[in-house]
Design a protein around this ligand. Structure first.
Ligand code: KG4
Ligand code: ZN
Length: 342
């Protein structure tokens, strides 16, 4: 086995993740989630998340070492999510990673969470074909990124002006009285629905703002439109066709996401598109992306769902790229930066 042995720590939201990689080989990906504790609030509560990280950190670390059959003293470098994310959640992981780096006398790499969602794909599909365009869609972010060098040269081409794609899934699920987090439930319910039943709006694809926001997204108008449609049905005493609403909403999201991603590849002459983040698990998004990329001659990479949702392996993978590309380690007074840009 070649390559540096890197341990990655992720605590930016509600998943406590510890992953271990050897170069571009995944050894283990231990994740503890507090999602059930947030379910009754319909969203992540920062205070609840940070307490859960504090309790789960050492057990998750121990589990990762056991699963990978690695002793902490064998680790060559530590990587940790420095931002963006919930401030009170980030600091738990950053503090743990600093303690490890200090005690083991190993370099510490504070890395960007969004770049981690891209880097994780090396564990499944091998070295990144840079430059590439990355579409990141999760509960917290919706970004189109131009990746020239994942360790130091990532440019944001666009992002959402309001809700993240996953947030829209979760809010629409609530309107349809499906459980939180709603993305997987909408995906499941939509299988029996007609995606053309209702023409929901495609944000920022027409009108006077298009030119200025060609690679930006907007999902709040769509969410409101779905809510209004459902309310009108209910007010009229008519049954709500849940499957059709779910399928039509999902179609609108998948349509704008893939349309703009393919347009970004075309405009920049880039032939590789990567889709990551929790929403990349969506079956319609995956199918439509495959169809449109094939038609446009673009190679598509989508990591398996367990690597798309927040985890420690993505941070370890990015840390290993930093080591292998000779990047400078972070200082041990590294801050957590909740609004860190890419
Ligand atoms: O990446 P992730 O695990 O955490 C964040 O960083 O936010 O993404 C979670 C989001 C949630 O909004 C969830 O509803 C959505 O990803 N999601 C899905 C699917 N699976 C998870 N959305 C649509 N379809 C899915 N199959
Ligand atoms: Zn994420």
């Amino acid at each position: 086995e070649h390559g540096p042995l890197v341990l990655g720590v992720e605590t930016s939201c509600d998943e406590t993740g510890v992953g271990i990689v050897r170069g571009r080989t995944l050894l283990t990906n231990a994740v503890a989630s507090s999602v059930d504790e947030h379910a009754r609030f319909g969203g992540v509560v920062p205070e609840v998340a940070s307490r859960a990280h504090l309790e789960a950190m050492v057990p998750t670390l121990q589990r990762a070492c056991e699963e990978a059959r690695v002793r902490l003293t064998d680790v060559d470098a530590i990587a940790v999510t420095a931002g963006p994310g919930l401030a009170s959640a980030l600091v738990v992981g950053v503090a743990a990673a600093k303690a490890l780096a200090l005690a083991l006398n190993r370099p510490l790499y504070g890395v960007n969470h969004l770049a981690g969602h891209v880097a994780v794909d090396v564990l499944e599909h091998g070295p990144l074909p840079e430059p590439l365009i990355a579409l990141l869609v999760s509960g917290g972010h919706s970004n189109l990124l131009m990746v020239r060098d994942i360790t130091q040269d990532v440019e944001s081409l666009g992002s959402t002006l309001d809700d993240a794609a996953g947030e829209a899934f979760d809010k629409v699920a609530r309107v349809l009285q499906l459980p939180y987090p709603g993305g997987p439930h909408i995906d499941r319910v939509a299988t029996d629905g007609d995606p053309r039943a209702i023409a929901f709006p495609r944000g920022l694809t027409s009108g006077r703002d298009v030119e200025r926001h060609r690679f930006d997204y907007s999902f709040s108008g769509l969410k409101t439109s779905v809510a209004r449609w459902v309310q009108q049905r209910e007010a009229a005493g008519e049954p709500v066709p849940v499957a059709d609403v779910a399928a039509s909403f999902q179609e609108a999201v998948a349509d704008v996401l893939t349309r703009k991603a393919v347009a970004a590849c075309r405009e920049h002459g880039v032939e590789d598109l990567l889709i990551g983040g929790g929403v990349a698990a969506n079956s319609r998004l995956r199918t439509l992306a495959e169809e449109r990329c094939a038609a446009a001659g673009i190679r598509l990479r989508v990591p398996r769902p367990a690597l798309c949702t927040d985890n420690g392996a993505m941070i370890a993978a990015l840390g290993a790229e930093m080591v292998m590309r000779g990047r400078t380690a972070s200082r041990l007074d590294l801050p957590a930066d909740s609004s860190q840009s890419i």
